[in-house]
Design a protein around this ligand. Structure first.
Ligand SMILES: C[S@@+](CC[C@H](N)C(=O)[O-])C[C@H]1O[C@@H](n2cnc3c(N)ncnc32)[C@H](O)[C@@H]1O
Length: 268
């Protein structure tokens, strides 16, 4: 059965239930050490925005770091909670959108890993998200976000982007993707199709449309956004740094660049 979802930015359905399976190598991504170092430098409590099923959050908690999680998807958070329970962890998880973030405490370090800030594609919403992030920082706290620059601008046809066997029932899980990039508007539109294949037959299929799915920023645009939200100090880790190079090699497309910007909250 084929279902089509205009998923916008709420991740759900097969996209969520196959998330960990199709990102099986996610536990070894080199960004973990990078973020751990930054939490050590700026301190806890820390907040993982767009924590999804807890790839980073659960390991940090298991190491004894005080890290809360936020995600807009209830389905992602349900999975995260279930995985936390299995590991005897009790994270504070909030289903909220970063553009209207409203949490009971402030943080020394806020992470927005995997360029998830760029999923907020409307300029006004991005400005609002930046302000909400700023206002949730302790004085002198740090916001850490990678910015991905889209360099692969040719439209792509459907192509197989992931394929794995589901251990529970032996079904083959496939993801097909296509992208279209509006260079002038700096927006990427994306479509993903998930298929569950049993004995050669597609028994379930879902198409997710995110149009637009991602906005990218030049470095100066990103810096302006930080400045307008009131960030006082900005530190840039360029792709030439060792960590950024490592992260770049783990990015979804080899031609993507990862730009990491750090802003410190001013005294308030
Ligand atoms: C690319 S995934 C990142 C997953 C995880 N941070 C990682 O690095 O493995 C993006 C996550 O951000 C969440 N998300 C998307 N838009 C959001 C928003 N406006 N506010 C909060 N979370 C959002 C999605 O539900 C999804 O779980």
């Amino acid at each position: 059965m084929r279902r089509v979802r205009e998923s916008g930015h709420t991740y759900g359905g097969l996209m969520v239930s196959t998330w960990d399976l199709l990102r099986a190598d996610g536990r070894n991504w080199p960004d973990r050490g990078f973020y751990r170092d930054l939490i050590a430098r700026f301190g806890t409590p820390a907040l993982d925005i767009g924590c999804a099923t807890g790839r980073l959050l659960l390991d940090f908690l298991a190491e004894g770091l005080a890290v809360d999680g936020v995600d807009s998807s209830a389905e992602m958070l349900d999975l995260c909670r279930r995985k936390a329970e299995e590991r005897g962890l009790r994270p504070a998880l909030y289903q909220q959108r970063m553009e209207s973030l409203d949490l009971p405490r402030k943080y020394r370090t806020i992470l927005v890993p995997s360029s998830s800030f760029q999923l907020v594609t409307q300029p006004e919403a991005a400005e609002a998200a930046m302000r909400r992030l700023h206002d949730h920082l302790e004085p002198r706290g740090a916001l850490v976000m990678p910015f991905m620059v889209v360099t692969e601008t040719e439209p792509t046809d459907w192509r197989l982007t992931a394929e794995r066997t589901r251990p529970d029932d032996g079904a083959l899980v496939r993801r097909w993707s296509r992208r279209w990039t509006d260079v002038e508007q700096q927006l990427q539109h994306s479509w993903d199709r998930f298929e569950i294949v049993v004995e050669g037959n597609v028994v379930d299929s879902e198409e997710h449309s995110r149009s637009p799915g991602l906005r990218w920023y030049t470095q100066s645009q990103a810096l302006e956004l930080y400045a307008r939200a009131g960030f006082a100090e900005i530190e840039i880790f360029r792709p030439s740094s060792r960590r950024a190079q490592e992260m770049r090699s783990s990015a979804s497309s080899a031609s993507d660049e990862v730009l990491i910007v750090r802003g410190s909250g001013s005294e308030h």
